[in-house]
Design a protein around this ligand. Structure first.
Ligand code: C2O
Length: 593
């Protein structure tokens, strides 16, 4: 079972990480676990009835409660010393930041040109004649992002005020609320091409690949700085929606206050006080709140532990200049990230606005708290140690984006500068991580399942791919090697790959994958047989509505748990859940990586 490393006595000291012969970066030891004061709320999931009940332990959970010494230990003299942005990369093909002067209008689903867009008809930012290269701010104030459900009234007030001021800015100010929302729209719906990388006919898409985590980290970094500067409080940090812990599994109440700047009328009205379903299929499941919480924790374990054993599985596949983003999103991007969007989005709206569609997601203030927690998952994942490390490929590290900062400067940033939140001047409030102890359990031992079904269910070699996913697909998949030794398992992870998933990108698409589950009524997420979910949020591409991508799930631990480690074949069941009438799959295989 995975566990976070034991906290070191002090977070002082720095580690130097070498990425390649061309440069190194110094970061504060990312070992400051757990530095900050914990909330002592105790929450019970037994008594769930449309809300999680918690006994307030320490009642004031504002940041004033945090240990100031720890908050301030921050960066010291480090900040200015690690500017890596000018290191050229030779012969590589990282995706270059878009040329925003070439940002294009496009036919967005549900996007009404001229209506509630500050720029009248598209989601492009104001142009700028000057681009600054990012430098780590000198003497920055260290910030701690708090859990959204634990905010003090004072903190909620600040949050509200910051958003209110963003909304009041002139429409063409790049810090304006809608302008900020449009950053997401522009980077996700094909408004930018790869022209600055020499590929003017290929769009930029920052989802569905290894760019997902770094893009959103930078996006929030500037968003947070803008909020802080508008309320003149450099300590202000973006709260995270702690949907991975029982007490955080509802929309924090203050988002529902109609007179608050945080309010968004376009949310699913039956979910305003409901317990979230991190495996949301696009319609409410017939499960009790207690079951939802249990399933949510199991989904977290699956996606953060079982299905995130290596960098590609966690971050997503590679995406370089000249590529279409088809390599596949990482485990957390697909689920719970995508189902959370869809669960909040308003079913009364034509495209699940606001959170349920990429173009409109940034118009809901909850988006930023949702992504703050997604970003926190990156930090937590690295704390798991072992192979849980950032990608070292130079094309990833040298990918760049542009954002407007709090002074309205257009700034170019690189992926390699956002790997350590401490360097960026923030960290997350330490709260309990219950899913680490929520490993799914097997319903019954599942060894020998494939053998029993031989002749009844086809082997992959006898299936004529591509197969349609208009109904449940069951197939026997051969393993590259059975009964591997402990050492072999440590060296290489056994991974199930669903390859070449072709789908309609304007729909919410989801399917679940089960392993060795021979029953017709497949298992729930808290059972070992559930291997993971593929999920895609609707978005429009230039000139085409179909996308193609891949899905991965980790099998090493799962097959051990099922008692199926000595089996030659694995029974894989793919169950369509949403928008899958016209999904096709090119191949299903098992690889060792
Ligand atoms: Cu850029 Cu949560 O999506």
């Amino acid at each position: 079972m995975a566990s976070l490393p034991t906290p070191p006595a002090t977070a002082a000291g720095a580690t130097t990480k070498t990425y390649s012969s061309s440069f190194t970066t110094t970061s504060p030891a990312v070992s400051s676990w757990p530095v900050f004061a914990q909330s002592s709320k105790k929450c019970s999931i037994k008594s769930l009835k449309h809300k999680v009940s918690c006994n307030a332990g320490s009642s004031d959970n504002s940041l004033n409660n945090l240990d100031r010494r720890n908050v301030l230990l921050g960066l010291g003299g480090l900040a200015g010393a690690v500017n890596l942005t000018s290191v050229p990369s030779v012969g590589a093909s990282p995706l270059a930041a878009p040329d925003i002067s070439k940002c294009g209008t496009l036919p967005l689903s549900g996007f009404k040109p001229g209506e509630d867009t500050p720029t009248g008809g598209d989601c492009c930012p104001p142009d700028s004649s000057q681009i600054l290269d990012f430098e780590f701010p000198k003497n920055q104030t260290f910030k701690v992002r708090p859990a959204a459900h634990l905010l003090s009234p004072k903190y909620i007030e600040k949050f509200n005020l910051a958003i209110k001021r963003m909304k009041e800015l002139p429409a063409d100010d790049p810090r304006n609320f809608l302008q900020q929302a449009h950053i997401h729209c522009a980077y996700c719906n094909g408004a930018y091409t790869q022209s600055s990388s020499g590929f003017p006919d290929i769009e930029i898409q920052i989802h569905n690949s290894w760019l997902f985590f770094p893009f959103h980290r930078w996006y929030l970094y500037f968003y947070e700085r803008i909020m802080g500067s508008l309320i003149d409080d450099p300590t202000f940090a973006l709260p995270f929606w702690n949907w991975d812990t029982p007490a955080g599994m509802t929309i924090p109440k203050y988002f529902n206050n109609e007179s608050s700047a945080l309010f968004d009328p376009k949310r699913n009205q039956s979910h305003l006080q409901a317990v979230i379903d991190l495996g949301y299929n696009g319609a409410d499941a017939d499960t009790t709140d207690v079951e939802k919480v249990t399933n949510n924790l199991a989904i977290m374990y699956r996606q953060m532990v079982t299905n995130a054993t290596d960098p590609t599985s966690f971050f997503g596949g590679e995406y370089r200049a000249g590529n279409e983003p088809i390599s596949g999103g990482g485990s957390v991007e697909q689920s719970p990230h995508t189902p959370v969007h869809r669960w909040v989005g308003d079913t009364r709206e034509p495209n699940g606005e606001d959170l349920g569609n990429f173009y409109s997601a940034g118009r809901d203030t909850l988006f930023y708290c949702h992504h703050s927690n997604v970003d926190r998952m990156w930090s937590l994942w690295k704390m798991l140690g072992g192979k849980h490390k950032d990608i070292t490929d130079e094309d990833w590290l040298n990918t760049s984006f542009v954002f407007y900062d709090e002074k309205k400067n257009l700034v170019r940033v690189y992926v390699k500068d956002c790997l350590f939140t401490n360097q960026l001047g923030y960290d997350y409030q330490r709260v309990d991580v219950p899913w680490l102890k929520s490993k799914p359990v097997a319903r019954v031992p599942r060894g020998g399942v494939a053998k029993k079904l031989a002749g009844k269910i086809k082997q992959t070699k006898d299936v004529s791919f591509p197969v349609k996913l208009d109904k449940t697909v069951k197939v026997l998949v051969p393993r590259p090697k059975k009964s591997r030794s402990k050492k072999e398992k440590e060296d290489k992870e056994e991974i199930l790959v669903v390859q070449g998933i072709s789908y309609d990108s304007e729909k919410y698409v989801k399917f679940d994958v089960y392993v060795n589950d021979e029953d017709d009524d497949v298992s729930a997420p808290d059972q070992t047989e559930f291997a993971g979910s593929f999920a895609q949020l609707p978005h429009k591409h230039k000139g085409k509505s179909r996308s193609k991508t891949n899905f991965r799930a980790g099998l090493t631990e799962l097959l051990e748990e099922l008692g199926a480690d000595d089996d030659e074949n694995v029974l894989v069941t793919v169950v369509p859940r949403s928008g899958s009438e016209d999904i096709t799959i090119d191949d299903i295989k098992i690889i060792l990586v």
